[in-house]
Write a protein that binds this ligand. Sequence first.
Ligand code: PLZ
Length: 442
Amino acid sequence: MTTTVTGTTRQLVTAIPGPKSQAMHERRKLSVSAGLTNGFPVYIDHAEGSILVDIDGNRLLDLGSGIAVVSVGHNNSAVVKAVQQQVADFTHTCFMVTPYEEYIEVCEELNRLTPGTHAKTTALFNSGAEAVENAVKIARLATGRPAIVVVDHAYHGRTNLTMALTAKNMPYKDRFGPFAPEVYRVATSYPFRDGLSGPEAAAAAIREIESSVGAHNVAAILIEPIQGEGGFIVPAEGFLPALSAWTTANGALFIADEIQTGFCRTGEWFACDHEGVIPDIVTTAKGLAAGMPLAGVTGRAEVMNAVHEGGLGGTYGGNPVAAAAALATIATMRELDLIGRAREIEAKVLPVLRALQQRFDIIGDVRGRGAMLAFELVMPGTTTANAAAAKAIVSYCNAQGVVALSAGTYGNVIRLLPALTITDAQLDDGLSVLTDALASLA
Ligand code: PLZ
């Protein structure tokens, strides 16, 4: 059970979860709403790089990065330093009252880094859901149209509007309605399940939009360029460009939700870059600020600036400490070439996952880009979802001290979201535990 290793490696000193974590979990049940669950109830004391150290002293290998957030690694020294400095300078003024340079600098970076060289402006918020809500507000105002088109398997958040945009009922939406109106859902491109080419899937979606919504009613198509919670679904080539072209031709906007895919995760700054898609609006969060709450809405200047004075805001949006963290995070991504590292991770891990697919017939599909990789579990020889296998694999990994995440509308996808700073040795370790997990099911 105990893996004796040192330094940057996984090391278990108790059964998982350890006695202190178990006691803490009992305490938690008395004080924290039962509406929140913990995928892996080990309580964290400190962290570095890709290692989390729990309160029992176990060193855990993190293959989830807090759901694609700490892409520069836990406790990245540049981010820690920037945050400490900013906390000492000032923690809050409210940008809408007395502004500060860090906010502007983050907006400048977002305007520079998001796809397209056209004039852009940005507004900052606290969470991904808040960014998506604001993107929708802005798109409706700028176009004067009501309808927002989203796709199957979409995840955009848990607030009232974003619940309407999110596809999956349980656990996100069930009995939390009624939901916001003027949200229309069409089929996406899901190559493993629909067998369609990108242009074919786009044509079907567009037919549906034109017949059920009416092109002239559409404010925007909102889509994750690679779906995250929905199961790391990479649309077939040509799907995103066709939808984007349709919006342009029909006076609607193309909003890319890059909250999970952004900031080097897929081996480009943004997932839209892989196909040269230039969205009118991009939402960002997660990897942007390495765990400090920060989100952005970046878009064409004429769209973003269509909003009346005072129409956008919030007490904390673009908080100076979060902004300082973002600036250090982005600088680190450049300095360490984390785009290059994400591509290396893909080159190293994808072949291993493909070999596992040959070996284990419960793996129906392997997919992803960069350090956003996944495999989909099925009943052998079919495309029927095998959620039990995903659950068993996550439990096996957890018991070995590896943080692994599942995903998918059917709960049957194992997704890998390591920090982009993860070492090769750590990746090898994680992959060997995953292999053992699959072998334990065979
Ligand atoms: N858009 C594409 O991935 C957040 C959700 C975790 P917030 N994904 C993790 C959970 O179960 O709540 C996400 C996303 C995409 C929007 C969001 C929402 O971002 O910062 O969680 O609000």
